[in-house]
Design a protein. Sequence first.
Length: 225
Amino acid sequence: MTEAQSTGVDGADPLQDDPRVEQYFGASWPAIVGFHDLLVAEGELRGLIGPRELARLWERHLLNSAAVVPFLPTTGRIIDLGSGAGLPGIVVAAMVPNAEVVLLEPMERRTDWLSEVASSLNLDNVVVRRGRAQDVHGDLFADAVTVRAVAALEKLYRWSMPLLGRGGTLVALKGSKAEEEIDAARHIGRKYGAGAAVVLDAPTIEGVDVTRVVRVVREAVPGVR
């Protein structure tokens, strides 16, 4: 899909009225479209998204975030690191209602936004927590960790693995350099008990670029037998 096609000739989101989007989100659609509308109304004003992103919220942000869901547990606890505007955390919470989704974000203005969004959309499974991953090591644990556009995999291992028990999963949205990041982080991954990182294609709807997801299972907890 070209840049012109992605943003629409007149600046409108080409997926705005596409019935396939509602079909894709299914039962989570009311919360997802509500989140979309909140981002349109306040996202740029509150410094959460850039002005050019308004015309491609569905493809570049909401569908992209939803692509992680097939790789996540449907129950238990999921931590979204550096939640920012709520991508993918709010989307995950809407699509996985039986899991507790902790939105971990260090900036107060963003945690205020996340709390407002969760309340407005009646997402009772959301817990907003202010802080960095390092701040909650040893205090907060999860079955899975999600992350999008926060840091390279080398840093993500240091931040995310201590939040996971054996068998827990890191699911990171990555781009074209995923394999390079995996190679660069291999040593630090082993140090934290990470298994082999796998790059997976995560399609959503036809015509939308396939999202690339890096999935890593924590196979061992150093110092624990």
